[in-house]
Design a protein around this ligand. Structure first.
Ligand code: HAM
Length: 418
């Protein structure tokens, strides 16, 4: 065993699997860019108060799972448990909320929650997120959902479903919470649970204890209290999803783990991941920006769990696209050919072709073995004869076929077959 190990419960990726991770991450990012979202690069730590205020004190994320510490200046700092609060902070700080709307951004990186680690649940995990700020249209809700769905489709994942709900506007929640609190008051609860319910009564739906679940089974449902405006908004979101051919299930008992949600909320659930099946989720957060001191703008976004989506791809046995693998592996036979090989590699790389070389003093057999291991699509052996004639055999590593190419114009031949 090595002297040092990674801290418990962190996800890390190294070759060969890191390539798969990169493919998943880049496909999601690409899907966001295709809809006009632009990069926002955020700090991984923020003032603790941003999360207590933004995410909410009744949540597990804030009350139990934050990595909080005092920095050398005595400030309370927290490793970001999620991305939306940080995006809001940055948008407000840089006055983007007072400029051209909407603000459409994407971000990606590590997030931190001190959860009990298990398969698919980490203390440091990776998300790609998007946020669309300053738009009320139900069509933007459908766009956000569709960016995630398109990413899954382009990855080739199919064994998942989408759950949606509406948490209504502030009037909806005011009316509903009153009813829910009255209902909860009739239950016998321990002190901690009662305290939690006081902060946010909706949290009780999320309680995993069977006795609480049973007690909550007859609780009033928020969906029945939607104002006509909220109900109309939700209908238009559903219509738009139908237009896009995105199927969904309405789950009127969905409780998101963060307190800022209003209106449309959604979760993507994969069927082959066991307990940690949520591969992404999001929703509207219409009061959040104002609550953090910015303009009173609405917003909607999602966070997709790249670690879990990678596991979903593996569970569905999705293979990497060809352009993720090395194009060419050159095997030189002697010192003189090695010089020619590295020059050839440099020139091909300048043409945008990925190339690696069998460094070290290898014979043909071990050189070809290295070519095979590299996963390259083509291999080229360079020896005395090839250099003298200026021609070599380009071998297709998948089919085993070879054909003759001119070394000087190799890039042309390769670009034709790649
Ligand atoms: P969230 O539902 O807390 O939402 O997280 C989004 C996704 O991150 C989850 O569906 C899951 O795939 C992944 N995830 C969360 N915790 C872990 C963990 N411990 N280990 C592995 N994966 C995890 C948010 O974070 C919101 N900020 C999303 C959002 C953006 N809502 C609006 N805009």
């Amino acid at each position: 065993m090595s002297k040092f190990q990674a801290p418990k419960g962190v996800s890390e990726y190294f070759p060969e699997r890191s390539k798969y991770f990169e493919f998943v991450r880049e496909t999601i990012i690409d899907s966001a860019k295709l809809s006009g979202y632009q990069l926002m690069e955020l700090p991984v730590f923020e003032d603790t108060e941003l999360f207590t205020r933004g995410v909410g004190e009744s949540t597990d994320v804030v009350s139990k799972e934050m990595y909080t510490f005092e920095d050398r200046g005595g400030r309370s700092i927290t490793l970001r448990p999620e991305g939306t609060a940080g995006v809001m902070r940055s948008v407000i700080e840089h006055n983007l909320d007072r400029g051209q709307l909407p603000v459409k951004v994407w971000y990606s990186g590590q997030f931190f929650r001190a959860e009990r680690p298990q398969a698919g649940r980490y203390r440091q995990f990776y998300q790609v997120g998007i946020e669309a700020i300053g738009l009320q249209d139900p069509e933007i809700d459908a766009e956000v959902i569709s960016v995630a769905d398109a990413a899954f489709k382009r990855l080739g994942i199919s064994d998942y479903h989408l759950e949606i709900t509406s948490l209504g506007d502030s009037l909806t929640r005011e009316r509903y919470t009153k009813e829910l609190r009255a209902f909860i008051a009739t239950l016998k609860l321990d002190e901690t649970t009662a305290e939690r319910a006081k902060l946010n009564p909706l949290r009780l739906f999320d309680d995993k204890r069977p006795e609480i679940q049973e007690a909550m089974a007859t609780a009033p449902i928020l969906m029945d209290y939607l104002t006509p405006e909220s109900a109309a908004h939700f209908s238009r979101v559903k219509e738009c999803l139908e237009l896009f051919g995105i199927s969904y299930q309405v789950n009127n008992r969905m409780v998101r783990g963060l307190d800022y949600y209003t209106g449309t909320a959604f979760e993507f659930v994969h069927h082959k991941l066991g307990a940690q099946s949520g591969i992404g989720g999001g929703g509207r957060y219409d009061g959040l920006m104002a609550q953090l001191g910015g303009a009173d703008l609405s917003g909607i976004g999602f966070g997709l769990g790249v670690d879990r989506i990678l596991m979903a791809c593996e569970a569905e046995e999705i293979s990497l696209p060809a352009d993720m693998t090395l194009s060419l592996f050159i095997v030189p036979m002697d010192e003189a050919s090695k010089r020619q090989a590295v020059l050839c590699a440099r020139e091909l790389r300048l043409h945008g072709i990925s190339v690696d070389v069998a460094y070290g003093d290898r014979n043909l057999k071990s050189g070809m073995k290295a070519a095979d291991k590299s996963g390259a699509r083509f291999a080229l052996v360079l020896g005395e004869d090839e250099i003298a004639s200026g021609r070599a055999q380009l071998k297709n590593m998948q089919t085993g076929d070879s054909f003759s190419v001119t070394i000087r114009t190799l890039h042309d031949d390769l670009l034709k077959v790649l």
